[in-house]
Design a protein around this ligand. Sequence first.
Ligand code: URA
Length: 247
Amino acid sequence: MSEVMDEERRRRYLAAMEIPLWRSREAPPPTPAESPPEAMEASPAVEATSERSSEAAVDTLDWAGLEARVAACTACPELVANRSRTVFGVGDRQARLMLVGEAPGADEDRLGEPFVGRAGKLLDAMLRAIGLSRGQVFIANILKCRPPGNRDPRPEEAAHCLPFLERQIQLLAPRLLLSLGRISAQHLLRTQAPVGRLRGQVHRVEIAGLALPLVVTYHPAYLLRSPAQKAKSWDDLRKVWELLREE
Ligand code: URA
């Protein structure tokens, strides 16, 4: 693809993210991929309480077994009473990039897929900006069930659900994790620091025996409310693109 086409494509993507073009001239992003890049401190050893003693441990399950275990989970009574379905995660199970959000919202609860509402549309545009489609990454959440009224996950809910996410990470063994928003970043990095302090650097996390780089960016729903922060998210995505390109 020619330089001119690359520039055009970059402008289209920035427009899709509604990032003003003046910003991109000030700090030119790397050329979008000619051919797009393919594609916890260990969390507490909490076993999902849905696990009966006769059942295999979560960290021994394959993808199908894990998906079935999540669908059958009854560990959090309030979430179980309010959910339409669990939202396991979606994408390429050999992806190099794994995105971790917070928890399903109303649209996700209805459709069973993460990030399908307005925030999801923005997330798709953000991925396109670095030459990736939703099918080339894997997207999951800290919680697999929708918290009523989209409240924050409770610590005990996250503790019940994290073994599922850890097993997903272990099975996927991605090259890079991207935390979308505060809840994801704080759980994966085991910190209370705000996103503004956590973004702009490449963290290293140990999850399920894997040492993985992790980049933090703003949650797309926050970017919809605070569009002025989109330029910072674009910087974060450029970093993701660079890290994937280095592989
Ligand atoms: N917000 C999230 O964090 N995850 C989703 O799946 C949808 C919205």
